[in-house]
Design a protein. Structure first.
Length: 340
């Protein structure tokens, strides 16, 4: 029986700076606090699963630099009990991101060095040596070689997912919130080989062309559902999970539609929102691995995401799963009513 989660993709060191306000060009702001922590889909998800208390094998796959940052990543993974046999050091800088977090809003702005992640390619993935149940890859659009579309229309990421499916994995993916017109060119080729796709409202809009927020930046729930349904039609095999600050909408291949509101965390408890989406995905994937119904997976996801807000870094605030669930009773779900 297959057991565990294998996560490949972006390994990043986040250099988080909490600032008083985001500046205009050529203006000065104050750095109030700064941290260095894990970043990127693979690193964040795996550390999040450890923090949640996952009791199944966890493995990482990807490239880091042959430098101090890369050695730090490998050392922490070993300390956390994560298998790093497919996490290699190469002659390129370890990817890092300067994350500017505004203290009073939690909004983040990212300055990114793509580094070793840009070299990750099809030949770096070996599915024969793992008996994991789920393979997750992220972030699409932030893995340069895997984002290449070949002359036959297949992306190199789609080749990876196809190989994972052929090896017996359930597959999962996440996309980066890039402001570009590349979504429709790169992402669709991989969708038929993806069982679970995580997107936020911005990514869903970029992929489908459906406006998911209004001109005044208000969420449009019906449009979010429509966008998720359209992505299913584009090829996703099981569920599209569309998440946003107020919660998540999940749409299945069979036509089921679920809404899960997020936790109403008091503003004074929020240290930062960096990594909240990855914490949410970690909670959902943990539930999926353990065979929970999607309703329970989404609830664990929003609870994990809420706990991540307690720290300015990506994963340090995440609580064990049982403690995450207690946040529902402590703070309650958001009051927004979304008709689905």
């Amino acid at each position: 029986m297959r057991n565990g989660i294998l996560v490949g993709g972006n390994w990043i060191i986040d250099q988080v700076k909490v600032i008083d306000v985001f500046p205009e060009e050529e203006k000065l702001v104050n750095i109030l606090v700064e941290y260095s922590s894990n970043g990127g889909s693979a690193y964040n998800l795996l550390k999040g699963l450890v923090k949640l208390g996952a009791d199944f094998p966890l493995s990482g796959l990807g490239l880091v630099g042959n430098d101090e940052r890369g050695s730090k990543i490998i050392a922490e993974c070993l300390e956390l009990g994560i298998d790093v046999s497919q996490l290699r050091q190469v002659d390129a800088p370890t990817s890092y991101t300067d994350v500017m977090t505004v203290k009073h809003t939690g909004k983040r702005t990212f300055f990114h060095q793509r580094g070793a992640n840009a070299l990750l390619d099809v030949d770096d993935f070996d599915f024969s040596g793992s008996k994991a149940r789920i393979f997750h890859l992220g972030y699409l659009l932030l893995l340069d070689r895997l984002d290449i579309v070949e002359p036959d229309g297949q992306s190199r990421a789609s080749m990876v997912f196809k190989a994972a499916k052929a090896s017996g994995y359930l597959t999962s993916a996440d996309i980066v919130s890039e402001r570009s017109d590349r979504f429709k060119d790169i992402i669709p080729a991989a969708l038929p080989y993806i069982d679970y796709l995580f997107v936020n409202e911005f990514e869903a809009a970029m992929l489908t062309g459906i406006a998911t927020v209004s001109a005044t930046a208000e969420l449009l729930p019906d449009a979010c559902q429509l966008a998720a349904s359209k992505i299913i039609e584009m090829g996703v095999n099981q569920w599209v999970v569309l998440h946003f600050p107020a919660g998540a909408i999940a749409v299945s291949r069979s036509g089921a539609v679920l809404f899960q509101p997020s936790i109403q965390v008091p503003a004074e408890k929020i240290a930062g929102a960096v990594g909240a989406g990855d914490a949410f995905a970690a909670g959902v994937l943990m539930g999926l691995h353990d065979g929970l119904p999607m309703e329970a997976c989404l609830e664990l996801g929003v609870c994990a995401g809420a706990s991540s807000l307690f720290a300015a870094t990506s994963s340090d605030g995440i609580l064990p799963a049982d403690e995450c669930r207690l946040l529902v009773g402590e703070y309650g779900f958001r009051n927004e009513t979304i008709k689905i």
